[in-house]
Design a binder for this molecule. Structure first.
Ligand code: C5P
Ligand code: MG
Length: 190
C-alpha cells in the first residue's frame, strides 16, 4: 500500500504533480484545497468560513480539515493508496493523519517535498491568478502571507517526517515532465 504526502510551498506544483502521480501509481488524489473550494462553490456554511480564511491566505482550523480527511478515508474504496495534496499543513495535522491512517491499518509511505525558491513561487502564483480565478492567487499581499504562513506553520512538518526517515526532497524547477519523472523514480525506490 502506497500513501504519499505531496508537500511544498504554495505554487510549488503540488496539484499538477499529484494528478500525475495518482495516474502513475493508481492512487486516490485527496486535495484539501480542492475540497474547500468545492464547499465555497456550493455556498455551504463551511464554504463561507473557508472563503474568508483562504482569501486572506490563512489556514483553516485543524479540526475542520482533519474531519474532511477523516470522512474521505472512511468512504469505502478499493485503492492501492492515497496521495495527499496540500494536507497536512501543520504538525497537529500530520499527527492526526498518522492516527487516521493507523485506524485503517495504513501509514504514510513517504513525504515528497517540492523545493522551489520564493521568487519563482511568487511569479508562478501571479501567473496562475490570471487564469485560475483564485482570489488567493491574484493579490500580491495574500501570496506573501501564504508563503509566510507556509514558513511558520507548515515547513516544521519537514522535521516531523525527517525524524521518521520519510522525507524526500525533490528539486521543483524544470518542466512538468522532468519533475514528474524525478518523483516517479523516487517513489519507485522507496
Ligand atoms: O492546497 P491549496 O494551496 O490548494 O490550498 C489553498 C488554500 O486553502 C490555502 O492557502 C489555505 O488557505 C487553505 N487550506 C488550509 N488548510 C489545508 C489546505 C488548504 O487552510 N489543509
Ligand atoms: Mg493545490
Amino acid at each position: 500500500m502506497l500513501n504519499l504526502v505531496l508537500f511544498g510551498p504554495p505554487g510549488a506544483g503540488k496539484g499538477t504533480q499529484a494528478l500525475l502521480l495518482a495516474q502513475t501509481f493508481n492512487l486516490v488524489h485527496l486535495s484539501t484545497g480542492d475540497l474547500l473550494r468545492q464547499e465555497i462553490a456550493a455556498k455551504t456554511d463551511l464554504g463561507r468560513i473557508a472563503d474568508e480564511i483562504i482569501s486572506k491566505g490563512e489556514l483553516v482550523p485543524d479540526s475542520i480539515v482533519i474531519s474532511m480527511i477523516e470522512s474521505k478515508l472512511k468512504e469505502p474504496k478499493t485503492t492501492v493508496g492515497f496521495i495527499f495534496d496540500g494536507f497536512p499543513r501543520t504538525v497537529p495535522q500530520a499527527e492526526a493523519l498518522d492516527e487516521l491512517l493507523a485506524r485503517h491499518q495504513r501509514k504514510v509511505s513517504a513525504m515528497l517535498c517540492l523545493d522551489v525558491v520564493k521568487e519563482e513561487l511568487i511569479g508562478r502564483l501571479l501567473k496562475r491568478g490570471l487564469t485560475s480565478g483564485r482570489c488567493d492567487d491574484m493579490n500580491a499581499e495574500t501570496i506573501e502571507n501564504r508563503i509566510n504562513v507556509y514558513n511558520e506553520k507548515t515547513a516544521p512538518i519537514i522535521n516531523y517526517y525527517e525524524k521518521q526517515g520519510k522525507y524526500y526532497p525533490i528539486y521543483g524547477i524544470g518542466t512538468v515532465e522532468e519533475i514528474a519523472e524525478n518523483l516517479k523514480q523516487t517513489v519507485e525506490n522507496i
